[in-house]
Design a protein around this ligand. Structure first.
Ligand code: ADP
Ligand code: MG
Length: 247
């Protein structure tokens, strides 16, 4: 079993008197793909944002390779650089081309030369079938193409962990597959990922471990097979029924 890279212990996150996360524990091993599902509003996005140091937390501890992630810490930027995140809505800079979107942060933040950053960006774009779009502005791309760019842009920072928050939720159905296929290929190459999704068939295909988050807690977790075939809790059974999940 490979080593743990991300550890969460006793995480409590409150917005004023609303407790969104109530003592959540989770540890993620290097190369592991953890998929989190749960009803809308249960705190999935909040959890990912905490992992990335975007939220202050009230209790508990989050560490990446032993280093504490703390939204107020001076070292936060350093830690955050090691965790990539892609959101539901496209976060590409509208006034930059695809290539500029990809090279901006590595050049500025990682100190990579423009030439090296461009060479890497072109390789990644080729890999996701978007090399021909390198000089286009985001507005000229389809939603699925934009999300593929957003994923490879995150990879340009060489993150140790990638967080994906419902990255296909805003897409037209015909574009979902092309984006999920990229994620599946990342899983196959051993990327460590924590993924929030409503696409249960995809979740089952990509996950090493499934988690149901509800009521601020991890209600159930297990291998995809256990989770989908032999749910233990009533809550998970109900949740799966609400999707009328079928193989
Ligand atoms: P999910 O991603 O599972 O749908 P969220 O993490 O977005 O859920 O939200 C969890 C809960 O926290 C919801 O009740 C939401 O209204 C609340 N919440 C999220 N962000 C904030 C915020 N910035 N201020 C106050 N409440 C928030
Ligand atoms: Mg959300």
């Amino acid at each position: 079993m490979s080593e743990e890279i991300l550890q969460v212990s006793g995480l409590v996150k409150r917005y004023e008197d609303l407790t969104v996360l109530d003592r959540v524990d989770l540890s993620v091993r290097k190369g592991e793909v953890v998929v989190i599902v749960g009803p809308s509003g249960c705190g999935k996005s909040t959890f990912l944002r905490c992992l990335n140091g975007l939220e202050n937390i009230q209790e508990g501890r989050i560490t990446l390779d032993g280093e504490t992630i703390d939204s107020t810490g001076a070292k936060l930027n350093k830690v955050r650089e090691r965790i990539g995140m892609v959101f539901q809505s496209y976060e590409l800079f509208p006034h930059k081309t695809v290539l500029q979107n990809m090279t901006l942060a590595p050049v500025k933040v990682r100190g990579v030369s423009k030439k090296d950053a461009e060479a890497e960006a072109l390789q990644l774009l080729e890999r996701v079938g978007l090399l021909s779009k390198k000089d286009q502005y985001p507005s000229r791309l389809s939603g699925g193409q934009r999300q593929r760019v957003a994923i490879v842009r995150a990879l340009m920072m060489h993150p140790e962990v990638l967080l994906l928050d419902e990255i296909t939720a805003a897409l037209d159905p015909e574009m979902v597959r092309e984006v999920l296929d990229v994620v599946i290929s990342l899983a196959k190459e051993g990327r460590t990922m924590v993924i929030v999704t409503h696409e249960l068939a995809f979740a089952r295909a990509v996950a090493d471990r499934m988690i149901l988050l509800d009521g601020g807690k991890i209600v159930e977790e297990g291998s995809p097979e256990e989770f989908f075939e032999h749910p233990k809790t009533e809550r998970l059974k109900k949740f799966l029924e609400s999707f009328s999940y079928q193989e």
